[in-house]
Design a protein. Sequence first.
Length: 103
Amino acid sequence: MVSPSALSAARTAPDRRERIRLMAETMRERAATDGACDRNALRAEGFTEAEIVSYADDARALLSDRQHALRVRLSPGKREGLALVKLARRIRRCQQSKEVARG
């Protein structure tokens, strides 16, 4: 099992897109020669377990030419922070409308 900190580091790595492209190329090359590309083949090419877990789906999507393959994912903390900002804005609007209604 991969540690959460290693997964987080892989997901937020500055070279994430390049590593996904490299993984997709590796998968394509291995599939052409061996008929398949498994975790052991990716490890042999230098990918860490955290990278394999984090990037494999995006690499497969890139191979199948899906448009959103390299979409940047927000970290859970960032998503939670954005949700809290939206909630705070709704609360402020509600309070302002109550103040306006009072006069």
